[in-house]
Design a protein around this ligand. Structure first.
Ligand code: SDX
Length: 431
């Protein structure tokens, strides 16, 4: 729901246009340019959409200057401390914190959708054992629409609801199966007696040969990582899911598109790239060399885990993640983990370097998450699948919001064309 609070006057050539201004409940005003081409015959130009609001949304608000992240108004640090991932899923999906009865019902429904169709296990054997788990997840999630025909009609609210529950419930199973497949161990079925995070750790780390019970501190840290990655406004992968959904594609296809986008090292792939960078640095005495490279305009190297399109202050998720990193490594007795030492010293040196402070390049959510995941025993290739598992609820919540927007239409950006103008075909003998 948007309300006009003013007008902007745009004057160019012989035209003078009045464009509505809307004031949000938080954040900058927006100028509505939907009629600009029809009335003014011009496009706006904003590659990367740095100054463009693609939709109106009630789900997540980010203030990059303040380093603030709210889910339905609740700050991420309070949710990370007091809530748990499935409750945050409920909040993102339905807009309010659930009563005890509501969360019990929601957790019951999610728990009873955690198994995948047994036929889906056949997909995995088609991949090489060294396939990247993200390649497997893109394929298997996209294929879900071949199995769950009773939840692909996006016009049916009940089918949208079932598809949402199925996606949230099955992503841990699909991700854990991708991990098990790459290490040659048997798939482990979900267990309904375990909470969401413990069930994921069990599916990843238990083996038929012996009993496995996840350590409650590791389960809590895992749940917190899920919570911190759940949604993040109109980031690249969420915008991908919205655009795919705007064509009427089924929810499984839309989430598969989001997984593909998240894989990139500038986005969700940064946690894997960050840990690989920390390992390449190897020791604190090599940090200055890498900081110099990150500052060198002629060197494409960037400090993975630093910087953000929106946060020009500390990423509030990184602060919470840093606490969890200390707790997990302290529990595992590896607080002197060389990778963590390099991470802490790199953060210290970068935050004292004017290049980073002036460009507002602070550690982001990916900076510490990789350290925790590695300490838990995950290979770096599993970091982004875990990010995708967590972000599924954000993608689905935003997808549902888009579909129920009365003004919803297929997304179709235009362009600034700089190619050749009209010219006639030339036969090959005359070229
Ligand atoms: C995520 O959008 C989201 O919300 C994403 C996310 C989510 O939850 O969905 O938060 C998750 O993707 C976090 C970001 C993870 N990516 C990385 O850690 C990769 C490293 N970071 C950079 O690639 C970069 O900071 C981006 C892509 C994150 C942001 O890029 P911007 O906003 O386009 O910044 P920029 O490229 O315009 O950089 C501004 C300046 C440039 O220098 P100048 O050309 O102005 O001289 O800062 C420099 C850049 O060269 N710069 C860096 C840097 N990031 C930016 N220099 C060194 N190291 C870096 N990491």
């Amino acid at each position: 729901m948007v309300n006009q609070t003013g007008k902007a006057t745009l004057t160019f050539g012989d035209k003078e246009l009045e464009l509505p201004i809307y004031t949000p409940t938080a954040g900058p005003d927006v100028i509505d340019i939907t009629k600009l081409y029809a009335q003014g015959g011009v496009f706006t130009y904003d590659p990367g959409f740095t100054s463009t609001a693609s939709c109106d949304s009630t789900i997540t608000f980010i203030d990059g200057e303040k380093g603030e992240l709210l889910h339905r108004g609740y700050p991420i640090d309070q949710l990370a401390e007091k809530s748990h991932f499935l409750e945050v899923c409920y909040l993102l999906l339905y807009g309010h914190l659930p009563t005890a009865a509501e969360i019990d019902d929601f957790e019951y429904r999610v728990t009873r959708h955690t198994m995948v169709h047994e036929q889906m296990t056949k997909f995995y054997s088609g991949f090489r054992r060294d396939a990247h788990p993200m390649a497997i997840m893109v394929g298997v999630v996209g294929a879900m629409s071949a199995f769950y025909h009773d939840s692909t009609d996006i016009a049916d609210p009940w089918q949208r609801e079932v598809a949402s529950i199925r996606m949230i419930a099955k992503m841990p199973t699909i991700a854990a199966m991708a991990y098990k497949y790459t290490i040659g161990q048997p798939f482990v079925y979900p267990r309904n007696d375990l909470d969401y995070a413990s069930n994921f750790l069990n599916m990843c780390f238990s083996v038929p040969a012996e009993e496995y019970m996840p350590n409650p501190i590791l389960s809590r840290a895992m749940d917190r990582i899920f919570t911190l990655h759940a949604d993040h406004e109109q980031n690249a992968s969420t915008s991908t899911v919205r655009l795919a959904g705007s064509s009427g594609a089924n929810p499984f296809a839309c989430v598969a598109a989001g997984i593909a986008c998240l894989w990139g090292p500038a986005h969700g792939g940064a946690n894997q790239a960050c840990l690989e960078m920390l390992k390449e640095i190897g020791s604190v005495d090599r940090i200055p060399e890498f900081i110099a490279r990150a500052k060198d305009k002629d060197d494409p190297f960037r400090l993975m885990g630093f910087g953000h399109r929106v946060y020009k202050n500390f990423d509030p998720r990184a602060k919470v993640m840093k606490q969890s990193a200390d707790e997990v490594l302290d529990l595992l007795g590896i607080e002197d983990n060389p990778t963590l030492q390099v991470a802490k010293e790199l953060e210290k040196q970068a935050l004292e370097d004017p290049y980073f402070t002036e460009k507002k390049l602070f550690p982001n959510v990916d900076f510490y998450s990789g350290i925790i995941l590695e300490a838990m025993g995950f290979p770096t290739a599993m970091f982004t699948p875990i990010f995708a598992l967590s972000r599924t609820v954000g993608w689905i919540s935003q997808w549902k919001e888009m579909l129920t927007d009365p003004g919803q239409k297929i997304g179709r950006p235009r362009q600034l064309y700089t190619g050749d103008t009209l010219r006639d075909y030339v036969d090959v003998e005359k070229r």
